[in-house]
Design a protein around this ligand. Structure first.
Ligand code: DP6
Length: 403
């Protein structure tokens, strides 16, 4: 404790990215430990564009664990927070804070309380999965503060997994596999890095944030309903995904965009088919989502090979992968078919990296109106505002300390 008995505070700040699955996790075999029915593979998104930043502080003055998410206090009483914090406290070690010289022992951590302040760098209202980045960041930051060392590879990911299954994949950068594991205690259900983001450097990602009016079924309850009622989900987990995981690993190791694209689209479509096969059926995609699928499918068909790949999670937003050289052409098609809502400026409609706008030679709204019709696109209708905005990003690094 403080050498002169005065109050002190010790903190750490870290950042963790969102991730998007290209082979989807949908369905648990153990609800409490969050063990999945199948392995999954994801791409980590550049934390500069989509991440959570979390500061965790401890002080003898704090009398309870507390959490603030995007400036609003949130209760830590839910089972998921309780189990993550317990698992972390159980692994805390003796630490000496370099800045203050304060020494905190393993024993002290049992009683010391935490204040956790977390913020996303993207609008929460956008309906982009933020729980993955949030839980990964919370677990990573607390582990740094408490000096936790992994006693087996992937141990930290088993804790992030207890917060939200997909969170375990956000600890790593690049391309990540969540091994479903076989054990009942979940020790082998871990995230493993497959390749760093710079190993496949020319991949670009455009996220289409679709305006949505309806409240969606949460992933957690949606997948519970699918496990209980969808025969397709069980067939998928047993017969389809194991083969696709192997094929996706091969596509990634060869940087084979064509196979990557086919697998990504097929797996997204099958995931949404299992949602439709659920009773009552769950609809995450809407008409705009389906128009985006149409745009990509038409383009791929007209070129005779995959130019881009789409994937959708538990909501209507599209995530589109494209090789850098075709990024401008993708943006051309998106802006042609989905011009910005009336009165919106270009920099609010296309956010994140400006690389693709530059490749397309667009720097003002009027340029969008004069875009030529892509050969395979239907005649432009006058509909505006189906997309809220676009985020141009790329694969990126995993969780890291900010100091
Ligand atoms: C469609 O990780 O949000 O995004 O484990 O219940 O917290 P819980 O669910 P969550 O589910 C993510 C489902 C998905 C596919 C994926 O990310 O693999």
């Amino acid at each position: 404790m403080g050498t002169d008995g005065s109050a002190w505070i010790v903190s750490r700040t870290a950042r963790a990215p969102s991730n998007i699955a290209v082979i989807k996790y949908w369905g648990k075999r153990d609800e409490d430990l969050i063990l999945p029915l199948n392995s999954s593979i994801s791409v980590t998104l550049d934390p500069n564009d989509l991440s959570a930043t979390t500061t965790v502080s401890t002080s003898p003055d704090f009398d309870a664990d507390r959490l603030w998410l995007n400036d609003k206090e949130v209760s830590l009483s839910s089972h998921r927070y309780v189990s993550c914090l317990k698992e972390l406290r159980d692994r805390a070690t003796d630490v000496k804070d370099e800045k203050t010289g304060i020494v905190i022992t393993k024993e002290d951590w049992k009683h010391l309380k935490l204040h956790i302040v977390s913020k996303n760098n993207f609008p929460t209202a956008a309906g982009l999965a933020s729980s993955a980045a949030g839980f990964a960041c919370l677990v990573f930051t607390v582990a740094q503060l408490m000096g936790i060392k992994e006693s087996f590879p992937g141990e930290l990911s088993t804790i992030a997994r207890r917060g939200s299954g997909s969170a375990c994949r956000s600890l790593h950068g690049g391309f990540v596999k969540w091994e479903m594991g076989k054990r009942d205690d979940g020790k082998d259900s871990i995230a493993v890095p497959l390749a760093e983001h710079h190993e496949w450097d020319d991949l670009r990602i455009v996220i289409c944030v679709v305006s949505s009016r309806q409240k969606e079924v949460s992933s957690t309850s949606g997948m519970q309903e699918s496990v209980q009622t969808s025969p397709l989900l069980h067939y998928r987990a047993k017969e389809v995904v194991p083969k696709r995981i192997t094929e996706m690993e091969e596509a990634l190791s060869k940087r084979d965009f064509s196979s990557f694209a086919k697998l990504t689209c097929a797996d997204s479509n099958q995931f949404h088919a299992t949602c439709l096969d659920t009773s009552p059926p769950i609809f995450y995609m809407n008409d705009t989502s389906r128009r985006i699928i149409g745009l990509v499918e038409r383009w791929n068909k007209s070129e005779g090979s995959p130019q881009a790949a789409y994937t959708f999670d538990a909501g209507p937003n599209a995530v589109i992968f494209v090789p850098q050289k075709s990024g401008g052409a993708l943006l051309h098609r998106l802006l042609y078919e989905f011009p910005p809502p009336e009165g919106m400026n270009l920099s609010s409609y296309v956010v994140g990296s400006t690389e693709l706008l530059e490749a397309l030679g667009i720097d003002k709204l009027e340029d969008i109106r004069s875009l030529e019709r892509p050969i395979e696109s239907p005649k432009r209708d006058e509909g505006h505002g189906e997309l809220a905005y676009l985020i141009c990003t790329r694969p990126g690094n995993g969780a890291s300390l900010c100091e």
